[in-house]
Design a protein around this ligand. Structure first.
Ligand code: AMP
Ligand code: MG
Length: 692
């Protein structure tokens, strides 16, 4: 089955027309596609809501979309009600019965009278209760405790699982849903008749392209953020998260038994449906430097980035085999111990207890225990059983003697002691106990992590969506690699380098090409970048000169900081937000661009993508060079390791791209003055260690 193109979630109401000004407890609806929700829509009364829903579905179907529509009230009543009311077990019989009797005008309706009429068909008092009107209504008690002898179960099966859900019989009081059902079923019944591809879940097979489903937002949606109306927030969140689920997950959630009572979508999948909250936007001043700083030390800049940045990408659930290289958004806990059972570490013979010095003889059982097969026998005292590596220890076995140390006949084994009790076995959980955290949120999943998660019973993992990083080069002088370069033109070297670096970091590089030094064009390109990506990396034009247009237009947008960092090689970094998306304006010089990317952008991107702040690991090596360095700037030298020593590129000229290619990493020299003699220890950081 293909995915649902559009998801529409509706928060229903059983009451009379709500005020013109949006409020809670009215009808709210929200459309979402692919994990992105539109603004919720306020609908004052059911007539407006029915018309709105009908139009939206018509329009979506005209585009050929598959549409899932959710309503937050029960589609059915507890088992037995349909038969008692209509003589048949068909929930649609109840819909017809109710539709034939409900009168609904924006400012008045007869739900209490219809409920009372139902009650007359049952013995005793009830099942409906909660007359919310001033006038008394015969057969409709005001209190639930006045009911007796009506014979209906109080709750549907779904409501026994969904703690806190209200029974369908209650018509008034905060949170009651009974009135919504009576006022909602006639609308559902009309929707059902209107199109011939409608499937009502879970009463019918979902084989059409339009589904009506029951939801209960309180199952998973937390309190609304400030400035939101609760009901609007609830439909927004349920629509957003449901529409963003992988198609097969939603299909699993929809795969429930056909029951006349109806079911709540997502019961049993609450954690997943809770999803992650949409990441908050970065604050406008997130790149503001503390006042009075002229040249910021590298460590201060890193500290600032670490404190100010936060993940900007949402999450998704993936099966393990699709999760390599992705970033975990939630801790993974072992569902099962590893090993799950005590087992044998070797091929040999298993028996109970240790043995002292001397020769030991044991009766050999006919069975054998191999990995994955349980012989299902108990090994009596004085007996041994053949066991193969990885086999769970049969009952009666806690010690294994190596097969090489044994002489065996068909019926007996003999070996020399001593053998310690427990020898050659692995205890259950000796590697990992069930419940232990095996991988932490923020980790990038490597092959070994996949092994550990699989071994401990995991499969689906909640990971960050890939961080989309837009890369663009600026400068009138640039031409594309491979094109003809006129005098004065140079080839764009930064873009292939940055696209490569970002790809190696495991983010999704988005190529935004080259832009000439023209503010209008640059603005348009940044607009494009902001709509396609989560972060923007530009190179060139980042300083404070006349032709430094990246910093100029970021400054115009009032969200720019020019960071002068005490680093060599380097030029100022222009940091800002463009339509809320962070922009790293890197120097144009390829050597400075690469060093600044590795030192500052790499950890920043990691955090924006949901990873932990990475610390590049260097190691001390004897220098194969001599150098004197002044106080005040951190220096990074293009370096490589040969014969256990750190060599540096012969020229520090920052235009020398050949030195970047020659190098295998950087030597980091401290901010302070230092004189390095051959053989002195220096800190070498390989490229990979920056990339993480
Ligand atoms: P800018 O930061 O724009 O002043 O550029 C500094 C130096 O880097 C200039 O010599 C530019 O020509 C050069 N440069 C800028 N962008 C690139 C690029 N994408 N590829 C190679 N060199 C570049
Ligand atoms: Mg330039």
């Amino acid at each position: 089955m293909t995915a649902w193109d559009a998801v529409i979630m509706v928060d229903w109401s059983g009451g009379n027309q709500a005020p013109a000004k949006p409020t809670k407890d009215a009808i709210w609806a929200c459309i979402a596609r692919g994990g992105t929700a539109e603004e919720p829509v306020y609908l004052r009364n059911r007539q407006l809501a029915e018309a709105w829903i009908t139009d939206i579905i018509d329009a979506a179907q005209a585009r050929g979309e598959r549409v899932l529509v959710g309503f937050d009230f029960p589609f059915g009543y507890p088992m037995g009600f349909a038969r008692a009311l209509t003589g048949q077990d068909d929930p649609f019989g109840v819909w017809d019965w109710v539709e034939a009797r409900i009168e609904d005008a924006p400012t008045t309706n007869n739900r209490f009278d219809v409920a009372a009429e139902v009650n007359t068909l049952f013995p005793g008092v009830g099942p409906f209760w909660g007359n919310g009107l001033k006038r008394d209504i015969p057969h409709l008690p005001r209190r639930g405790t006045e009911r007796q002898g009506h014979g209906m179960p109080e709750r549907r099966e779904a409501e026994q699982i969904a703690k806190g859900a209200f029974p369908v019989w209650q018509l008034s009081g905060a949170g009651a849903v009974g009135g919504q059902v009576l006022m909602g079923l006639p609308v559902l019944n009309r929707l059902r008749r209107r199109w011939d591809n409608v499937c009502v879940w879970p009463f019918e097979a979902l084989d059409g392209s339009l589904a009506l489903v029951e939801i209960w937002p309180s199952l998973t949606v937390g309190p609304q953020p400030e400035g939101w109306i609760r009901d609007a927030w609830q439909v927004h969140e349920v629509a957003r998260i449901t529409s963003g689920l992988p198609a097969d997950r939603l299909e699993q959630m929809l795969d429930v038994p056909k029951t006349e009572e109806g079911w709540i979508l997502g019961l049993g999948f609450e954690d997943e449906l809770r999803g992650a909250p949409e990441p908050p936007r970065l604050k406008n001043d997130c790149f503001a430097l503390p006042p009075g700083i002229d040249w910021a030390p590298v460590d201060d800049v890193l500290q600032l980035l670490k404190e100010r940045l936060a993940p900007v990408v949402g999450t998704e659930v993936l099966p393990l085999n699709a999760a390599l290289g992705r970033t975990l958004a939630a801790n993974v806990v072992a569902k099962r111990a590893n090993p799950p059972h005590p087992n044998t570490a070797v091929d040999g013979y298993g028996f109970a207890g240790g043995r002292g010095d001397g020769v030991h003889r044991l009766r050999l059982m006919a069975d054998r225990a191999a990995a994955g097969s349980d012989p299902g026998v108990i090994v009596p005292d004085g007996h041994a059983i053949r066991v193969l590596t990885g086999a769970a220890l049969p009952e009666g076995v806690d010690t294994v003697v190596l097969q090489e140390d044994v002489s065996a006949s068909q019926t007996e084994i003999a070996f020399h002691g001593p053998i310690k009790a427990g020898a050659n076995t692995r205890k259950a959980g000796e590697d990992v106990e069930a419940g232990q955290t095996v991988a932490e949120a923020g980790a990038r999943l490597g092959p070994a992590d996949l092994a550990l998660i699989a071994a401990t019973g995991g499969n689906d993992v909640t990971v960050r969506k890939p961080l989309r990083v837009a890369i663009l080069s600026t400068g009138d002088e640039l031409v594309e690699a491979g094109e003809r370069a006129a005098a004065g033109q140079i080839f764009d070297a930064n873009r292939p380098m940055l696209l490569g670096l970002v790809g190696q970091m495991g983010h999704q590089a988005v190529d935004l090409g080259r832009v000439p030094d023209d503010r209008a064009q640059l603005r348009a390109r940044l607009d494009q970048a902001a709509s396609k990506a989560d972060v923007i990396l530009s190179s060139g034009g980042a300083s404070a000169g006349d032709e430094d247009h990246v910093s100029a237009i970021l400054r115009e947008a009032n969200a720019m900081e020019l960071w002068r960092i005490a680093i060599k090689p380097g030029r100022p970094l222009a940091l800002g937000l463009w339509h809320g998306k962070p922009v790293f304006g890197l120097p144009g010089n390829p050597v400075a661009a690469m060093v600044c990317t590795l030192v500052f952008a790499a950890p920043a991107l990691a955090v924006l993508g949901g990873r932990r702040w990475p610390e590049p690991q260097g190691y001390l090596l004897p220098a194969a060079f001599e150098k004197r360095k002044k106080d005040g700037r951190r220096e990074f030298l293009r370096a490589r390791v040969r014969n256990g020593q750190a060599e540096v590129f012969q020229s520090e000229g920052s235009g020398r791209i050949s030195g970047l290619s020659w190098a295998e990493g950087l030597v980091e020299l401290p901010d302070e003055a230092i004189t390095i003699a051959r053989g002195d220890p220096v800190r070498f950081i390989p490229w990979d260690s920056f990339i993480g």
